[in-house]
Design a protein around this ligand. Structure first.
Ligand SMILES: Nc1ncnc2c1ncn2[C@@H]1O[C@H](COP(=O)(O)OP(=O)(O)OP(=O)(O)O)[C@@H](O)[C@H]1O
Length: 252
């Protein structure tokens, strides 16, 4: 295993309000890492810092250091667009581009980057849709509108779209919270496959989901990273009494 992402003393502010305090976290390549904690504890705020999404939020500010493969993604001269290619994101609600076909959704990032070779685009679309466990369901309707897919299929399409540009990290912000149990199970199964090609950081409200899918878990409370560890250890023998209270359902 090798370290892929390291955050050092990361503070995040919205105006004068501090939402994340001095977070130090190390993520190994090829793992699934869950961020858990009660509503408003800063999970999403921290996740969005990892691909410079806060650049787009007026008043938001990130301090400290986030190293991706040894490079500080906030240092001068680093292009945020390139950071977002290296660090993809899947949101709570599936958000395929509504006017585009299934195929065009998957290859949209590559086309934007200037790729025109149809054969290469088709190969990447197939590989990405297979990666998103969606190929068999859509291979005969690649030119149909993406909005014709079910919610669960749309979310797997968004995963395929993220995979098409070969991200080193895939951020997932409660990716199954808008889905039914069968679609949720498909995406949970998929995560185990995805870590062969990328590294996942997932925000989830669902502790059972964190326990099922992740290798490590980080417990956040009031903007602090209270405890980080191997998922089994964190759920069965937490070191901090606040973690124990949360994982045993005493609050949150
Ligand atoms: N754009 C924003 N402007 C101002 N404050 C914000 C903004 N986004 C989030 N916050 C605040 O920052 C804190 C952390 O919010 P965040 O969404 O990161 O929490 P969370 O743990 O992801 O919560 P949830 O589980 O409910 O999604 C909260 O107090 C929230 O109100």
């Amino acid at each position: 295993m090798s370290l892929l992402l390291t955050t050092s003393n990361v503070d995040i502010y919205y105006g004068s309000k501090q939402a994340v305090n001095k977070v130090n976290l190390a993520v190994e390549k090829g793992t699934v890492n869950a961020l858990i904690g009660p509503s408003g504890c800063g999970k999403t705020t921290f996740l969005r810092a990892i691909n410079r999404m806060h650049d787009l939020t007026p008043g938001a500010r990130v301090e400290g250091q986030i190293l991706l493969d040894g490079q500080d993604i906030y240092s001068a001269g680093v292009d945020p667009v390139e950071v977002r290619r290296r660090v993809g994101m899947v949101f709570q609600k599936p958000n395929p581009f509504p006017t585009m076909s299934v195929f065009d959704n998957v290859v949209s990032g590559l086309k934007l980057a200037g790729m025109r070779d149809q054969k290469a685009l088709m190969e990447i679309a197939e590989r990405s849709l297979r990666g998103g466990a969606l190929w068999e369901e859509v291979k005969d309707r690649l030119k149909s509108p993406a909005t014709g897919l079910s919610g669960g299929q749309q979310q797997r399409l968004c995963i395929a779209r993220a995979l098409a540009v070969e991200p080193e990290i895939l951020l997932m912000d409660e990716p199954t919270s808008a889905l039914d149990p069968a679609s949720t199970a498909k995406i949970e199964d998929l995560m185990t496959e995805l870590k062969k090609v990328t590294t996942i950081i997932i925000v989830t409200h669902n502790m059972h989901q964190a326990a099922r899918v992740s290798d490590t878990t980080s417990f956040f409370l009031n903007g602090d990273l209270v405890e980080h560890g191997q998922t089994d250890q964190l759920f069965t023998s937490p070191k901090d009494e606040r973690t124990e209270a949360y994982v045993t359902g005493r609050f949150g």
